[in-house]
Design a protein around this ligand. Structure first.
Ligand code: EPU
Length: 334
């Protein structure tokens, strides 16, 4: 366990905000977390890789971070086609994906190179290229931050939907995830339908999950800014879902508008709308809109959170004025 006071969070948020936490504690096991809990007073924030956070200022409380490691294949539950893998919440997400691909285990290769850690994958229901974490999560182990007791959540208990879970809603801030168990395929079923995956794979006949991982890495690197070079938190906004009626009326005006049919309506890519509003590659002060993917806001160097929020608010207003659709940040404002 490592503990620091008045600790800089610069390395713990990919937006590159130079803010401080009153207290920062990093624990290595469930037992260590249970020992820390009675010592906590005031506000508590549990962070993962800090890739989906925007700090508005210093954090006047305790920031907790899990360093629980380990990737364990659960042999007894193994059957012919699938294997259960239990992963520590502090494992870097893409290290887990790389491990799975090396083992020839399918299911997470489309989620290659997503920043963040395993614990956050289960909170955020991370998703990309036609796959979401919920498709592979079997169970989530968590410790109650108020009681110190352990609870096991089934996939259903987590109430997953697009970038949502019980951990972001009803139970927000109440649990620290310690382990996530994923179900991976021994005989991978490739998902290549989304966007330009097939185009990037080219003519290749026998495509492996390693090829898919490489294709996804290439696509992401071409579109998304590297947080080590330019502060950002991936997609800043969620893609809104609108009613069929609303969609049909918009489609008359914008026949080229991309869309995805979903259970509760039609999803419109916010990045496309932001680009249509003329924001792609533009900036307000030191806060900018990425020039290759308008869904991503970037810190052009030394931006304050107020500058990012001002840009966010201006974009939301412009999108509403043009399309009559409210878009909302995916990034958590702290
Ligand atoms: N588009 C534009 N202009 C833009 C951005 C997008 O016209 O500036 C259009 C694209 O041409 C495409 C559509 O919008 O027709 C969708 O774009 P893309 O495939 O790039 O995906 P997205 O909907 O913008 C979502 C996720 C990403 C994920 C990609 C790929 C959310 C909030 N974002 O973005 O996730 O990588 O799909 O699956 O759902 C993240 O969450 O941080 C993230 C990067």
């Amino acid at each position: 366990m490592r503990e620091y006071n008045n600790y800089s969070l610069l390395k713990h948020n990919t937006f590159g905000m130079d803010v401080k936490a009153k207290r920062y504690v990093e624990y290595d096991s469930e037992e260590e977390l249970q020992d820390i809990l009675p010592t906590l007073c005031g506000a508590v924030l549990h962070v993962g890789g800090g890739s989906n956070l925007l700090f508005r200022g210093d954090y006047d409380g305790t920031v907790l971070h899990s360093d629980i490691s380990g990737i364990e294949v659960l042999k007894p539950i193994e059957n012919a086609d699938e294997v259960l893998v239990r992963v520590g919440a502090g494992v870097v997400w893409d290290d887990f994906v790389a491990w799975a691909v090396e083992q020839g285990l399918g299911g997470v290769e489309n989620l290659s190179l997503i920043p963040g850690e395993v614990g956050a994958s289960a909170v955020q229901n991370i998703g990309a290229y036609g796959v979401e974490a919920k498709d592979v999560i079997v169970q989530v182990e968590a410790i109650s931050l108020t009681e110190g007791t352990k609870r096991i959540f089934s996939n259903e208990d987590c109430k997953y939907s697009y970038r949502q879970s019980v951990f972001k809603k009803e139970l927000k801030g109440q649990y620290a995830i310690t382990y996530v168990t994923y179900c991976l395929q021994k005989v991978p079923v490739l998902k290549l339908e989304y966007g330009n995956i097939k185009a990037v794979l080219g003519e290749k006949k026998e495509v492996t999950i390693a090829d898919v991982r490489q294709a996804i890495i290439d696509i992401r690197k071409a579109k998304l800014p590297n947080p080590e070079v330019q502060g950002n938190a991936g997609s800043f906004f969620m893609n809104p879902v609108v009613s069929r009626e609303k969609f049909l009326s918009l489609q008359k005006v914008y026949p080229q508008m991309p869309y995805y049919e979903v259970a509760d309506g039609v999803k419109i890519p916010a990045g496309w709308m932001i680009e249509q509003c003329g924001w792609k590659g533009k900036a307000l002060g030191r806060a900018g809109v990425h020039d290759k993917q308008a869904l991503v806001l970037v810190n052009l160097g030394g931006a304050t959170s107020d500058e990012i929020i001002r840009l966010c608010d201006t974009i939301c207003k412009d999108v509403y004025d043009k399309f009559g659709i409210h878009i909302h940040p995916e990034v958590n404002l702290i």
